[in-house]
Design a protein around this ligand. Structure first.
Ligand SMILES: Cc1cc2nc3c(=O)[nH]c(=O)nc-3n(C[C@H](O)[C@H](O)[C@H](O)COP(=O)(O)OP(=O)(O)OC[C@H]3O[C@@H](n4cnc5c(N)ncnc54)[C@H](O)[C@@H]3O)c2cc1C
Length: 469
């Protein structure tokens, strides 16, 4: 029997445990998995809080169905029937610019009609066709890439908001290669993004004509998917289906190698002996554990920065909001100088998230470009949110329901050089047999990416077990 400890019961740790048990069963490997979680609950960033009839997501809202990993996990867990797909409103996304909410164009004609980008900016975007591709190994920032290919206006009004929506990040520092590897590939493969879009659209048309299954689009796309009872159904079910133990209030405070395995010390003083360890803890937590063991590795891991975030849930009686709420919500370019990064109209895309006759809006504040927002008092956070909601959506009513969630270390930032850092981490890990690393700090922050990385970590563990047996 090989004992395996997994540190952290967020989606990464739980999905790793689940995948290890599955692979072990398939390959007749004898394992005993224990997941150790610092907090009193499992889920990590995932936490669906139901209060006064509202369903507030503390962290993630859902995942996109354009990648298969999370859907496959749901299938294996037998919870596909609990999935809730966002309705058609989710396709209508807005950008707030110069005093107005502009619908984000979904196609060429919509783009030409939109007032979001000036004619000058549109021409510059069309000029992308003539920008020569870059195929060297320079790890460009998202801002460098966007300025070079799409022009400064597209950076401000399209790329910047997208980066803050996904990473709460600053495009001036984030790595294109690590944040959006597919976009980098498209430039390399097709010579540019417009060329790629045109060729992929042509390919899709041909596939459709031939009655074939249509290949996926270039962009992030997909339908935002969650569960009737919120995204926490995913981690609850993963945890419940494990054969091994999930221990909460079990913070790992030390990690010591010994002949044939590892000793883990918990905050309670309890010690656990295992053969293999998988860390699915955030980078800062793993860095602390590694410090006495390998300072270089600890430094490489700890230096991955995190953006802060406040999540502000506001509930209103529907009739108190004068405008329509048909849409996903909006993001705000940094140049607009607002306090919030944007607002998701949660109950418009998942109607069961607010009581009958009410709506739930969830605004985000902070991110890499406004780290000080985490230090504001609740009263200040709410006042700034209300002021932005008034100016942007015309909401003058006070919310009937308010919840403010704080994430001092919300989302890891993949800065330029992240891929080099990952290679160096991988290299140093070779010196620590039986220690594996996964989690959102390394290979993608979306839930699909976390599940994908968990599957990969489990595969590494299973391979190691097969070699050992
Ligand atoms: C506000 C917000 C909104 C988001 N929205 C979306 C979204 O809509 N869609 C999407 O796909 N992604 C979204 N994300 C990103 C996504 O939520 C995360 O990337 C993902 O949940 C991270 O999972 P994880 O398991 O890697 O890390 P975590 O969830 O952070 O889990 C790590 C766990 O390790 C535990 N831990 C730490 N130290 C120790 C220790 N010493 N011993 C034991 N346990 C320890 C922690 O307590 C925690 O439970 C969002 C994130 C935030 C913050």
């Amino acid at each position: 029997m090989t004992r395996i400890a997994i540190i952290g019961a967020g989606i990464s740790g739980l999905a790793t445990a689940h995948a290890i048990e599955r692979l072990a069963a398939e390959r007749s490997l004898n394992v005993s998995v224990t997941v150790l979680e610092r907090e009193a609950r499992t889920g990590g960033k995932i936490w669906s809080i139901r209060e006064e009839g509202y369903l507030c997501e503390w962290g993630p809202n859902g995942f996109l169905d354009s990648k298969p990993m999370t859907l496959e996990l749901c299938e294996r867990l037998g919870i596909s029937d609990q999935l809730a797909r966002s309705n058609d409103n989710a396709r209508k996304r807005f950008i707030y610019s110069q005093g107005e909410l502009h619908r984000l164009p979904e196609n060429g004609p919509m783009f030409l009609q939109s007032n979001l980008i000036s004619w000058r900016g549109k021409l510059r975007l069309a000029g992308e066709l003539f920008v020569p591709p870059r195929r060297d190994d320079v790890d460009e920032t998202l801002a460098e890439f966007a300025r070079r290919r799409l022009g400064p206006e597209a950076l401000d009004k399209l790329i910047g908001p997208m980066v803050s929506g996904i990473f709460a990040g600053d495009p001036e520092t984030m790595s294109l290669q690590s944040c959006f590897p597919r976009i980098r590939e498209l430039e390399r493969e097709y010579g540019g993004l417009l060329r790629a879009m045109l060729k992929l659209a042509k390919k899709k048309k041909a596939e459709r004509k031939a009655g074939k299954e249509v290949s996926s689009a270039a962009g992030p796309g997909g339908v935002l998917t969650s569960f009737v009872d919120g995204i926490q159904s995913l981690t609850n079910a993963t945890s419940a289906r494990l054969a091994g133990k999930v221990r909460t209030d079990a913070a790992v405070v030390a990690l010591r190698p010994h002949a044939g395995g590892w000793e883990l010390e918990l905050a309670t003083g309890e010690k656990l002996d295992v053969e293999l360890v998988v860390s699915a803890a955030p980078a800062h937590a793993l860095g602390e554990l590694l410090q006495p063991l390998d300072q270089e590795l600890a430094g490489l891991v700890s230096d991955i920065p995190y953006a802060t975030m406040n999540v502000i849930c506001c509930g209103y009686a529907r009739e108190r909001i004068a405008r329509d709420l048909d849409g996903f919500g909006y993001l705000i370019p940094r140049k607009e100088g607002r306090s919030i990064l944007g607002t998701l109209w949660d109950s418009s895309i998942f109607p069961q998230r607010a009581p009958e006759g009410h709506v739930l809006l969830r605004s985000m504040m902070g991110g890499a470009t406004n780290p000080a927002a985490i230090d504001l008092t609740d009263a200040e956070v709410l006042a700034r949110t209300q002021s932005d909601l008034r100016d942007i959506m015309g909401i003058t009513a006070k919310p009937d329901f308010v919840r403010i969630f704080r994430h001092p270390q919300a989302i890891p930032q993949y800065l330029s050089g992240h891929a080099r850092r990952l290679a160096a981490i991988d290299d140093r890990l070779q010196a620590h047999a039986g220690l594996f690393v996964t989690g959102n700090a390394f290979f993608g922050v979306g839930l699909n990416d976390c599940v994908h990385a968990a599957n990969r970590a489990a595969e590494q563990v299973a391979k190691r077990l097969s070699v050992g047996s």
